[in-house]
Write a protein that binds this ligand. Structure first.
Ligand code: SDX
Length: 436
């Protein structure tokens, strides 16, 4: 806080015209001001002071971070400085997981150690099967996996030691390792098939596919094209800075809750159709449209606000989501193996219209990460209920990286926003018989 304005100073001059008073507020690096510096702005000395009002936090930085950088105007996405297209081309999900957690790409020995740790923590306690057996056969997979994650907090009470780096690392490994197992168990429960245990000699994504799709004693060898495609999708979904579910992870984590409880909450946020549940909503939308001929009527419904074009639009990207471009290319490779998804024609026509018609162009409604991913998942044989789970598996490492950054940030405190109260002023209680 500086006392007197000087031309060119790194400050904001604020004149409160209600009182004629002038204030100087420091502009910090990152082109931000501290919201608390506004509290000095008052009319009367005993006023609470000025706050910002920002529903949905559209213009509020909740943290400093070094994990993921997005330039929404240019469609740029980098994990720890590495462009997403280079990571998708050259890396693997577990290598990207190491990068997100540790800030640097691993050496060969660091990577081998990390993979070994993850590989040998893929089993879940047998009691999880009892938990899952309580769900109906048609229970949504996201509801089951979210419950399974929350339940894990009861199996690892040491997870409450969130200030112990070793305890945190152990839970991080466990969560990355066990999410595919929980997801596969939920899928097998839905299908009425016996659970398949993790195979330690398989890679992370191959092991997941094996737990999902192997049947009986027949040797199951995942198609390498599909395995690679799923691993690329995992890379693309691993983190996305302060999105709704990462913010949820941070808010719950700010209370020093254990990471399983926080991650179950983050999954709840991701489940929403405006967020990670959009990939499922896209498939349901494409199926409901049914044919290219029905698109004009649907799009008129969007313009009348009777429909929402799921898989389009983004709070940050006002250009093409770079992940959507990579997923679109990956879809072509998958369809070479699985056969073309007939809904692709509808998707491509929706995109063509959205990129050309004013209503959509004016609102920057480009395809986002969720628009094409579901077409790949469906072609690979996943039911739509698994789509948000396929988002949650890779995003687990992003949530955990954000969570650990929060705990290591000396500036962070328990999340507790303020409100603008517009409710009733004080009034006396009226007994029931006296109420009219
Ligand atoms: C993800 O944050 C992240 O990083 C998320 C994510 C990640 O990796 O974590 O990228 C993953 O969640 C991607 C988004 C998936 N969701 C969807 O595809 C659902 C459809 N999209 C929207 O609901 C919407 O675009 C949001 C939720 C993604 C963004 O919402 P905003 O930023 O609050 O935008 P808005 O609702 O204020 O929309 C601005 C305008 C409005 O028009 P007006 O009422 O002002 O005239 O655009 C319109 C909206 O009505 N609009 C849409 C639309 N999205 C915005 N109109 C039709 N269809 C849409 N999809």
């Amino acid at each position: 806080m500086t006392e007197n304005a000087s031309e060119g100073a790194n400050t904001l001059s604020i004149r409160d015209n209600r009182t004629g008073r002038d204030y100087e507020v420091d502009i910090l690096d990152g082109d931000v001001i501290r919201a608390m510096d506004l509290r000095q702005i008052k009319v009367n000395e005993d006023d609470f002071g000025m706050m910002t009002y920002d529903p949905g936090y559209t213009n509020t930085a909740s943290t400093r971070s070094t994990i993921t950088y997005i330039d929404g105007g240019k469609g740029i996405l980098r994990y720890r400085g590495y462009p997403i297209d280079q990571l998708a081309e050259h890396s693997s999900h577990l290598e990207v997981a190491y990068l997100l957690l540790n800030g640097e790409l691993p050496t060969r020995s660091e990577f081998d150690d990390f993979v070994h740790e993850v590989t040998f923590h893929t089993y879940v306690h047998e009691n999880i099967k009892e938990l899952f057996s309580g769900f109906r056969y048609d229970a949504h997979a996201m509801g089951m996996v979210m419950s399974g994650v929350a339940a894990l907090s009861s199996f690892y009470p040491e997870a409450k030691s969130v200030d112990d780096p070793d305890a945190r690392s152990q839970q991080i490994i466990r969560l990355i390792a066990k999410m595919p197992t929980l997801a596969a168990y939920a899928y097998r429960h839905h299908r009425g098939l016996p659970y398949v245990y993790p195979e330690n000699e398989l890679g992370y994504t191959a092991n997941f596919l094996n737990m999902l799709f192997s049947v009986g004693s027949r040797e199951y060898n995942p198609n390498p094209v599909l395995e690679k495609a799923l691993d690329i999708l995992f890379i693309l979904h691993a983190d996305h800075e302060q999105n709704c579910s990462a913010t949820t992870m941070r808010v719950i984590g700010s209370a020093n809750a254990d990471p399983y409880s926080a991650l179950a909450g983050a999954m709840g946020a991701l489940y929403g159709p405006l967020h990670g549940g959009a990939n499922e909503a896209v498939l349901r939308m494409l199926t409901r449209i049914g044919s290219v001929e029905n698109i004009p009527a649907f799009m008129e419904g969007v313009k009348r606000r009777e429909e929402r074009l799921m898989g389009f639009g983004h709070r940050v990207y006002k250009a093409y989501d770079p992940r959507a471009s990579i997923i679109k290319r990956t879809a072509d490779e998958v369809f070479e193996v699985t056969g073309r998804n007939p809904l692709l024609d509808i998707a491509l026509e929706l995109e063509r219209i959205a990129l050309n018609e004013d209503f959509f162009v004016e609102r920057n409604l480009y395809p986002n990460v969720d628009f094409y991913s579901g077409l790949i998942y469906q072609a690979m044989g996943f039911p739509v209920e698994m789509f948000p789970v396929l988002f949650a598996i890779p995003r687990t490492v992003g949530w955990l990286a954000q969570w650990e950054e929060l705990l290591n940030d000396p500036e962070q405190r328990i999340a507790r926003p303020r409100q603008v109260f517009e409710g009733a002023s004080e009034r006396d209680f009226v007994l029931m018989d006296d109420r009219t």
